[in-house]
Write a protein that binds this ligand. Structure first.
Ligand code: FAD
Length: 282
């Protein structure tokens, strides 16, 4: 952890994570906290992850920090059974509703997308504004998925991302230019739909395009937010706050940081260089 992941992971304990959230809040940033974990194949472990999510919601409430929560359903036993995962999701969403908070379901690899959509649809009907989803621009199916969600539900809070997993060209655009094009298309669609949008990207092209678009179409700041990952472009995050935008930082914490950390390195090999440089710095 000390050899690099600490730049992207806010500690191994919830206490450490809450301290980091408080510091971010002091700079005007809001947060979504994530207890790291994914691809769990053991029932006890899935239950432990569920308990960790409940603890996160309690800690946010008790400390009064400005944060909601993100989670990965494979950490709650999605690969063991849909029913088990739904049982765990309901425990978490009951708590979120009780504490008037919000839970974002991260979107994982393509193999899980259908079951994630099925579960989300059901939970959205039960828990309304307390649950949201992520949509990945690299998938061919994304525009259709979004259209369906926007018309089926009255309020549809979506985080829009490019997509982080290595997918087959049978299901996802292999070329980044096409991903970017589709990304701008879904941001435009969702902003114009009147639903709440979270534009989650570190890409200046995307951020500047979004700023121009909302200005041109008189979309109020209350209808969207920017999101970035903890440790990535921290100065830009604060600049967006100074410009008056809502900027939410995705703050992961916990022991199971390897998969998350590896994706950050794969996305941007320069991150590895940054870490190596910092290893030798006091
Ligand atoms: P990239 O295409 O990675 O980068 C484009 C440009 O951005 C770069 O060329 C550079 O100019 C700039 N840039 C990027 N990083 C840096 C940096 N460190 N320093 C300086 N400039 C930089 N993916 C999923 O599949 N499912 C999810 O649920 C999910 N949730 C996410 C939540 C949040 C809050 C964020 C920010 C991302 C999430 N992602 C998720 C990851 C996402 O899909 C992308 O893989 C990731 O954000 C990289 O794409 P990008 O838009 O940031 O830009």
């Amino acid at each position: 952890m000390r050899l690099g992941a600490a730049r992207f992971v806010a500690g191994e304990t919830l206490k450490e994570a809450i301290e980091q959230v408080r510091l971010l809040n002091n700079d005007g940033l809001v947060v979504t906290l994530d207890h790291l974990g994914e691809f769990v194949f053991d029932e006890h472990e899935a239950f432990a992850s569920t308990q960790a999510c409940l603890d996160v919601l309690d800690a946010i409430h008790a400390s009064g920090v400005k944060s909601n929560m993100s989670l990965k359903m494979t950490s709650l036993g999605l690969d063991l059974s849909k029913e088990l995962c739904m049982k765990h999701m309901r425990m978490i969403l009951d708590k979120a509703r009780e504490l008037d908070n919000f839970v974002r379901i991260d979107m994982e690899d393509y193999a899980h997308i259908d079951v994630t959509m099925e579960i989300f649809d059901e939970l959205k009907r039960e828990y309304g504004k307390h649950v949201g989803l992520v949509i990945q621009a690299y998938l061919y199916r994304t525009v259709d998925d979004m259209k369906r969600l926007e018309t089926e539900f009255e309020s549809m809070n979506l985080r829009l991302v490019k997509g982080a997993y290595l997918e087959s060209p049978k299901v996802a655009y292999p070329d980044m230019a096409d991903v970017n094009k589709n990304y701008l298309k879904i941001i435009e669609m969702h902003l114009l739909s009147g639903h709440y949008s979270a534009v989650a990207s570190h890409d200046d092209m995307v951020i500047n395009w979004t700023k121009e678009f909302v200005k041109k179409h008189n979309i109020p700041n209350e209808q969207f937010e920017f999101q970035m990952l903890y440790g990535v472009r921290p100065e830009t995050q604060r600049e967006l706050v100074r410009e008056g935008y809502t900027m939410r930082v995705y703050v992961p914490y916990g022991n199971d940081w390897y998969g998350y950390f590896s994706r950050r390195i794969a996305e941007r090999p320069a991150n590895a260089l940054f870490i190596i440089k910092n290893m030798f710095r006091k």
